[in-house]
Design a protein around this ligand. Structure first.
Ligand SMILES: Cc1cc2nc3c(=O)[nH]c(=O)nc-3n(C[C@H](O)[C@H](O)[C@H](O)COP(=O)(O)OP(=O)(O)OC[C@H]3O[C@@H](n4cnc5c(N)ncnc54)[C@H](O)[C@@H]3O)c2cc1C
Length: 560
C-alpha cells in the first residue's frame, strides 16, 4: 500500500524584522534656515550682507550627500607617506576623496577668507555663521580652514610677506596639489607652536632659528627643531615659533623653498586621535628648514597671538556648531520616536532635557555671533569692541568649549541605545566635543589669560562689565548675579585657584545679558532661572517648573 503523502503544516511567518518606530535620518534641509537663533543672530550682529552665501552653505551642509562625505572622511582617516618608492622623502599625507570634496566646499565659499576678501561690516559674523553650518556636516575640515582665516592679521605684521602670501590664502580655488605655492591656484596655512616639553608654555620652545643673511624682521632663517603637534601638515605654509638670538620669534615656513625644492619639513608620524579623525595632526621635524621672520625678533608670541585670537573665536563657534547639531538631532529623534504611548517629545521629562539642551545651544550661538561682531568692529577701529573682545574671547572660549562634551553626551542619550552606535553620528559628535577646549589654549590657560587681561587693562574689564550692566536693570536675577560676581572679582585672595569659577561666572553673566537683551524671552527666562538664579540641577533636564519648555523646544526643532 502506498502511504498517503504527508501534507506540510501551514507555514508560520518567522519574520522578526519589521522596522517600526525608528526615526528617519535628519537630512535634506537647510542647516541655516532651520536654525532660528542663528538666523536672528546673523541679522542682529550685522551679517545680513552674507545671508545668501550662508544659506547656500546651509543647504549644502544639510544634504544627505554632504553628511555622507563627513562620515566617509572620518571612517577613512588620512595616511602618511614619508618616502617615495625610491627612498626620497616626500612627507605627504593622503586623504580620502571625501575630505577634498568637503575642503572644496569650504574654500569655494570663502570660509577661510571672507572677511579679508570682502572687508564689509559684518563679514566676520557672516563667515562665523557659514562656518557653524558646514561644521555640522563635518568638523575636521574646519581646522585648516580656521587656521588660514586666522593667519592673515598675524601675517600683516610683515607687509612684504603678507603681500606675497595673502592672495594665495584668499583664493577661492582649492588646490590640494603638493607643488610650490607660486604654481598653485590657492594655498592654505597651518601653525606649529607646540613642542614635546610644552604647549601652553611656548616660551619653553627649543626650535632654533639661525639667520641666513643677517636676519631680523622679514629676514631668511634656517629652523631646526621639532613640533609635537602640527595639524593639517598638507598646508602650504605654517606660522611657527622658534628661538632666534633675540628671543622667541614668529616665522612663516613654507613646504617648498623659494627655489622650488621641498623644504626640510619632515613629518614623523600622524597622531592616533580620539576624534577629529578626518584631519591629520602630525609630529614634525625641521632640519634646517627655510623660513622668514614675521614681525619683530623676540616678539613671536605677540605676533602669533593675532592668529590665535581668531582661532579662539572659531573654537567657540565650532563648539556652538556641535551643540546645534546635537540639539537638532535630539529633537528630531524625539519627534519621531514613541515610548509609553506617545512621542518622546511629548513626555514632560524629555521636554525638559531637550529645552535645557536648547537653552545651552542658543546661549552658545548668541554669544559666539556677538563675539564675531566684536571682531568685525575691532577691525573697523571701534575701541569698545577692541577692549571687550580682549576679555570676552578667552571667557567664551573657556565656557562654550567646556560645555560641549556634557552637551554632546546628553544629546547622544536622547537617542537611547542608538545614540551609542556609530551609525547615528552621535559618537563622532561626542568624540569631537572635547577638542576645542584643548587646542588654542586649554581651559586653565584661558582662565588665567582672563585674569591677566583684567590686571593689564582696567579699561577692558570695564568694557566687559558694561556689557553685563547693559541688561541688569531689566532682569533682577542678572542684576543679583552680576553684583555677586563683581564682589568675587574684587577679592584677590586665592584668585588664581578660583580662576575657573570666576571665568565660568563671567561667561554666564555675559550670556545672560545677551539673551535678556537680544534673545528669545522664553530662552532668556529659562537661562536666568537655571544658570543665574541657581534653580537648576547638575545634569541637563533639570530646568525648574514654570519655564516654557514647549516653546523653547519648538523654536529649535528642524522643520525638514
Ligand atoms: C588634535 C590636536 C591638534 C593640535 N594641533 C596643533 C597645531 O596644529 N599646532 C600647534 O601648535 N598645536 C596643536 N595642538 C596642541 C595644543 O594646542 C596643545 O596640546 C595645548 O595648547 C596644550 O598644550 P600641551 O599639550 O603641551 O599641554 P600642557 O601645556 O602640558 O598642559 C597640560 C595641562 O596643564 C594645564 N596648565 C598649563 N599651564 C598651567 C598653569 N599655569 N596653571 C594651571 N594649569 C596649567 C593645561 O590647561 C592642561 O590642562 C593640537 C592639539 C590637539 C589635541
Amino acid at each position: 500500500m502506498i502511504a498517503p503523502m504527508a501534507t506540510a503544516p501551514p507555514r508560520t511567518s518567522h519574520a522578526t524584522h519589521d522596522v517600526t518606530n525608528q526615526s528617519a535620518p535628519l537630512a535634506g534641509y537647510n542647516v541655516f534656515d532651520a536654525d532660528r537663533p542663528l538666523v536672528e543672530a546673523v541679522s542682529r550682529e550685522g551679517g545680513d550682507f552674507g545671508v545668501e552665501r550662508i544659506r547656500s552653505v546651509g543647504e549644502i551642509a544639510g544634504r544627505a550627500e554632504t553628511i555622507e562625505l563627513g562620515r566617509l572622511a572620518n571612517e577613512n582617516p588620512p595616511r602618511l607617506r614619508t618616502h617615495d618608492r625610491f627612498g626620497n622623502r616626500v612627507d605627504e599625507v593622503e586623504f580620502h576623496p571625501s575630505w577634498h570634496e568637503l575642503m572644496d566646499v569650504h574654500v569655494t565659499h570663502g570660509l577661510h577668507a571672507l572677511p579679508w576678501r570682502e572687508p564689509e561690516p559684518g563679514a566676520h559674523v557672516a563667515r562665523a555663521a557659514a562656518f557653524m553650518c558646514l561644521s555640522q556636516a563635518e568638523a575636521g575640515t574646519g581646522c585648516p580652514i580656521s587656521m588660514t582665516y586666522s593667519v592673515i592679521p598675524a601675517l600683516r605684521a610683515q607687509p612684504e610677506v603678507a603681500a606675497e602670501w595673502e592672495p594665495r590664502f584668499q583664493s577661492l580655488a582649492y588646490d590640494p596639489r603638493m607643488v610650490p605655492s607660486p604654481e598653485k591656484a590657492g594655498a592654505l596655512c597651518g601653525m606649529a607652536m607646540t613642542e614635546k616639553q610644552g604647549g601652553s608654555d611656548v616660551r619653553a620652545n627649543t626650535t632654533a632659528a639661525v639667520p641666513l643673511n643677517g636676519g631680523g624682521a622679514g629676514g631668511e632663517y634656517e629652523l631646526t627643531g621639532h613640533k609635537w603637534f602640527c595639524s593639517a601638515p598638507m598646508c602650504d605654509a605654517f606660522l611657527v615659533l622658534a628661538q632666534a638670538e633675540g628671543g622667541l620669534s614668529c616665522f612663516l615656513l613654507p613646504r617648498f623653498t623659494p627655489d622650488g625644492e621641498r623644504n626640510r619639513f619632515h613629518i614623523q608620524r600622524l597622531k592616533d586621535k580620539l576624534g577629529n579623525r578626518s584631519n591629520a595632526s602630525s609630529e614634525v621635524e625641521f632640519r634646517g628648514a627655510w623660513a622668514r621672520m614675521v614681525g619683530e625678533e623676540g616678539r613671536g608670541v605677540a605676533t602669533i597671538i593675532e592668529m590665535v585670537n581668531h582661532t579662539r573665536l572659531d573654537c567657540s563657534t565650532g563648539s556652538a556648531s556641535g551643540m546645534r547639531a546635537g540639539v537638532a538631532q535630539a529633537i528630531w529623534h524625539a519627534q519621531h520616536r514613541t515610548a509609553f504611548g506617545k512621542p518622546l517629545i511629548e513626555q514632560p521629562l524629555m521636554r525638559n532635557v531637550l529645552a535645557d539642551l536648547a537653552v545651552e545651544s542658543e546661549a552658545a550661538t548668541v554669544s559666539s555671533l556677538w563675539l564675531a561682531r566684536q571682531f568685525d568692529e575691532a577691525h573697523g577701529g571701534d575701541e569698545h569692541a577692541r577692549l571687550v573682545r580682549r576679555i570676552a574671547t578667552p571667557v567664551l572660549k573657556y565656557w562654550i568649549c567646556k560645555r560641549a562634551p556634557w552637551h554632546a553626551v546628553e544629546c547622544l542619550e536622547c537617542f537611547g541605545g542608538n545614540g551609542f552606535v556609530e551609525e547615528s553620528g552621535m559618537p563622532r559628535l561626542f568624540r569631537e566635543s572635547p577638542l576645542s577646549s584643548i587646542w588654542e589654549g586649554s581651559g586653565n590657560v584661558q582662565a588665567l589669560d582672563v585674569l591677566r587681561a583684567m590686571v593689564k587693562s582696567p579699561a577692558a574689564t570695564q568694557a566687559f562689565a558694561d556689557e553685563i550692566g547693559a541688561a541688569a536693570k531689566a532682569e533682577p536675577r542678572l542684576d543679583r548675579f552680576g553684583g555677586a560676581l563683581a564682589a568675587e572679582l574684587q577679592d584677590p585672595e586665592g584668585i588664581e585657584t578660583r580662576a575657573r569659577r570666576l571665568v565660568e561666572r563671567m561667561a554666564l553673566a555675559l550670556q545672560g545679558s545677551l539673551l535678556v537683551r537680544f534673545g528669545d524671552p522664553s530662552v532668556a527666562d529659562a537661562f536666568c532661572a537655571s544658570r543665574l538664579d541657581g534653580d537648576w540641577g547638575h545634569a541637563f533636564g533639570t530646568l525648574p517648573p514654570g519655564v516654557d519648555a514647549g516653546r523653547i523646544v519648538d523654536r529649535h526643532a528642524v522643520d525638514a
